[in-house]
Design a protein around this ligand. Structure first.
Ligand code: AMP
Length: 418
C-alpha cells in the first residue's frame, strides 16, 4: 500500500474547531471600521515585483522566495508578503487618482522558504492594511493604533509596539555613509560584508551575538534624522500618545524589507520563543516609484495570524469561537426523515444554524451525533411526533426536554439563536 500523503514541509491545515478564521477576521475589524476597503491581489506575481518591491538585499529575495517558471517561460513568485502586490494592484487600477488616502485591507497566505520552526511556516497567513497617498503623521498614528486595537480587541495584553524612524532620502544617505564607515572597521564575514554593501542598515538587524557585540556604539538613524523627519516622527509619537497607544523607542529596528522610510514599527510578544514578532510595518514613501509608479507615499502593516494564535495561547486568552449550531435535528423514521430534510432548510433560511443526523441511525447513535455536533438543542422528530404535531426539543447542555408544536418550532429556535 502506498504511504499516506502528508502536507508539505512548513505548511499546516486549518482544521475544524480552529479559531483561525475568527481571529483573522478580528484582526482586521478595527481597520474595517476605519474605512479600509477589502482587496485581493494574486497569490503569484512577476518575480520582478518582489525583486524591486521587497529589496535585493533582503533575506526574503535572496533566499526565501518560491520562484518558478511557467509554461510561457515567465518567472513567477508566490508572494512572500502583501504590500508589493497590493500597491501594484492599486497603481494598475489608478486608485491614486481618486480620493486620497486610498485605504486598503487584505488577508491571505504568504510564502517564504524559511526553515520551519514553532511560529515559522513556509505558507503562513497575514492580514494587512495599506494607506496610500498621504504623508500625514496622523495617518501613521492611525495605522499603528489600528494594530494595537486589533490585538487589544482579542484580549491580548502582552503585545509591545516598538517604533522608530528610518529617515528619508534627505537624511538616510549621510547616515548610511557613517554606518558604512563604522562597519568597515568591524570583523565581519564575507557574506555580511556583501549584504552591508547593498544595504548597511541590514547588518543592525543581524541576530547573531558575535555581530551584535560589535555593533555597540554603531551610529543610529534616530540620532541622524533631518529636521523634517524628526518633526514627522515627533508628530506621530504625539498623536499616538493622545490616542493612548503605548509605544517603545527602538532605534535599532530595521525590519527585513528594504522599502521602509520614516515611521517603522514592529509588534512583539514575549510568549512566543524565538519568533517574537507578531506583526510589523512602516512607511514606504519611495516604493511606488520603485515599482514604476508616480511618487505616492504610503504606510501599512502586516500581522501574522499564526503568531497571534500563539500569543493568545501563551496568555491563556480564549480565542473567539466559530459560530455554533443552534439546532440538530434527529429524524426517527422515514416520514420524519423527509420532514427533517426540509425543516433544516427552513431553519437555515430563517438564519438559524441547523444540521441533521444523516445516515438513518437509531436514536442512540443519532443523539451521540447531536452531542458531538456542539449544537445547543436537539430536535427529536419521530413519525408519531409528526402525526401529533409536536416534537421534543432537548437542551443539550442541561438535558432538559420541552415539547414544541411543529408550527412554532421555527420561531422557538429563532428565539434561542445567538
Ligand atoms: P514581515 O512581513 O516579515 O514583517 O512579517 C509580518 C508578520 O508576519 C510577522 O510579524 C509575523 O507575525 C508574520 N510572519 C512572517 N514570516 C512568517 C513565517 N514564516 N511564518 C509565520 N508567520 C510569519
Amino acid at each position: 500500500m502506498a504511504a499516506p500523503l502528508r502536507a508539505p514541509k512548513g505548511t499546516y491545515d486549518v482544521l475544524p474547531g480552529s479559531p483561525f478564521l475568527a481571529v483573522r477576521e478580528a484582526l482586521l475589524g478595527p481597520a474595517a471600521l476605519a474605512g479600509y476597503d477589502y482587496v485581493e491581489a494574486p497569490v503569484f506575481e512577476d518575480t520582478e515585483l518582489f525583486a524591486r518591491g521587497v529589496g535585493a538585499s533582503t533575506d526574503i529575495v535572496t533566499k526565501e522566495m518560491f520562484t518558478f517558471t511557467d509554461r510561457g517561460d515567465r518567472s513567477l513568485t508566490l508572494r512572500p508578503e502583501g504590500t508589493a502586490g497590493v500597491l501594484r494592484a492599486a497603481l494598475q487600477a489608478g486608485l491614486q487618482h481618486g480620493q486620497l488616502p486610498v485605504k486598503l485591507r487584505y488577508a491571505g497566505p504568504m510564502f517564504r522558504a524559511e526553515r520551519p520552526q514553532a511560529g515559522r511556516f513556509r505558507q503562513f497567513q497575514q492580514v494587512g492594511v495599506e494607506a496610500l497617498g498621504s504623508d500625514d503623521p496622523a495617518l501613521d498614528a492611525e495605522v499603528v493604533a489600528l494594530a494595537a486595537s486589533a490585538y487589544a480587541g482579542l484580549g491580548l495584553t502582552g503585545v509591545r509596539a516598538l517604533v522608530t524612524s528610518l529617515g528619508d532620502a534627505a537624511c538616510r544617505p549621510a547616515y548610511r555613509e557613517a554606518l558604512t564607515a563604522f562597519l568597515d572597521g568591524l570583523d565581519l564575514d564575507a557574506e555580511t560584508r556583501r549584504r552591508a554593501a547593498i544595504n548597511p542598515l541590514r547588518v543592525l538587524d543581524d541576530g547573531r551575538p558575535e555581530v551584535q557585540a560589535q555593533l555597540e556604539g554603531a551610529p543610529l538613524m534616530a540620532d541622524a534624522l533631518c529636521d523634517a523627519c524628526r518633526a514627522h516622527h515627533e508628530a506621530v509619537l504625539g498623536h499616538l500618545a493622545a490616542l493612548g497607544v503605548a509605544v517603545e523607542p527602538a532605534p535599532r529596528l530595521v525590519r527585513g524589507l528594504d522599502y521602509y522610510t520614516r515611521t517603522t514599527f514592529e509588534f512583539v510578544h514575549g510568549g512566543l520563543g524565538a519568533q517574537s514578532a507578531v506583526g510589523g510595518g512602516g512607511r514606504y514613501d519611495g516604493l511606488s516609484q520603485e515599482l514604476g509608479g508616480p511618487p505616492l507615499p504610503g504606510i501599512g502593516w502586516a500581522l501574522g495570524v499564526e503568531r497571534t494564535l500563539l500569543a493568545l495561547e501563551a496568555e491563556g486568552v480564549a480565542a473567539p469561537g466559530a459560530p455554533r449550531l443552534t439546532a440538530f435535528v434527529v429524524p426517527l423514521g422515514a416520514a420524519a426523515k423527509a420532514r427533517a430534510v426540509t425543516l433544516v432548510a427552513e431553519l437555515r433560511a430563517a438564519g438559524v444554524a441547523a444540521d441533521l443526523a444523516y445516515g438513518d441511525r437509531g436514536l442512540k447513535g443519532a443523539m451521540k451525533a447531536a452531542d458531538r455536533s456542539g449544537a445547543a438543542y436537539a430536535v427529536v422528530l419521530g413519525d408519531r411526533d409528526l402525526e401529533a404535531g409536536a416534537a421534543p426539543v432537548k437542551d443539550l447542555r442541561t438535558g432538559e426536554q420541552t415539547p414544541v408544536a411543529l408550527d412554532a418550532l421555527l420561531t422557538h429556535l429563532q428565539e434561542q439563536s445567538p
